[in-house]
Ligand binder design. Sequence first.
Ligand code: HPA
Ligand code: ZN
Length: 345
Amino acid sequence: MPTTVPPIPQERLPALLAAMPKAELHIHIEGSLEPELIFQLAQRNGVAIPYASVEELRRAYAFTNLQSFLDIYYAGASVLLQAQDFYDMAWAYLQRAAADHVVRAEIFFDPQTHTARGVAMETVVEGLSRACRDAKALGVDAELILCFLRHLSEEEAFETLEQALPFRDRFIGVGLDSSEVGHPPEKFARVFDACRRHGLHLVAHAGEEGPPAYVWSALDVLKVERIDHGVQSPKDPALMKRLAQDRIPLTVCPLSNLKLCVFPSLELHNLRVLLDAGLAATVNSDDPAYFGGYMNENFLQTFAATGLDAQHAYRLARNSFEGSFAEPAARRRYIEQLDAAFASA
Ligand code: HPA
Ligand code: ZN
């Protein structure tokens, strides 16, 4: 591993950020549904949506916090009915990911958003997993992570796990998303215990809007391997020490944090603080159709706003591979590709 990255002139940094291979570890596939595809699927499936045009829908994407986004995000997902709809959504994302030199994508999906509308688990998993398989042709290794909606009950999470187990080979892990405050990780302690016994990888959203205590309980009660977001962690120095010591990956989503008003501006984002404290932070897009940018846009805008340099870029991309659930041989291959990109920059 090159411990130091050769000095790279600031004007060459944007091209390097765009071209370097990277892993995306925090993308909700329903959050990649662009307004154009929402309208196309609404028409194809005869679903009514309360917006007259793509422009009117896009104008509604002015969020004040996580909940104001989730309300529109769940409404947008109501156009997804057939396996082909899920395939088309995932395929559109995977093409965007490939264009941004994402070579590994670990994709969240929210089955409860669909099963609650009468769509079968099999329909969801079939469409998404077929797109992931086909992504090999794009040069993207794609895997699925099933997320439980934390505003729903433990019992409903257990039912969802039962429905998903016949497709156990189509997803590599489970996560926890949706409304954070008031729904601490420990609400799902027994569900995550069961998932661990099934050999699933474990991750959870924590410390997006919620307090550092939620990051602690995601680690110590749910025993997750990664924290999604985690940007509230600097409020607790002991937590920062724990995250650094155990090299817990944090899947940070800068444009999401900006659009959901977690930070007042990108200039004031704490990504540099996390990296300087030795945390294994990564950059991700979260819900790119809603937050104004896919992977490279997140890198480019964040670096431009905060003045991060090539050393940080290397660290972020490397953290993404080391924090991924890829096989060790694949991880080594990705890191070799990363080193080659920096050697020729
Ligand atoms: N936070 C919580 N739940 C979500 C998000 C998020 O950023 N995106 C989609 N579901
Ligand atoms: Zn998220």
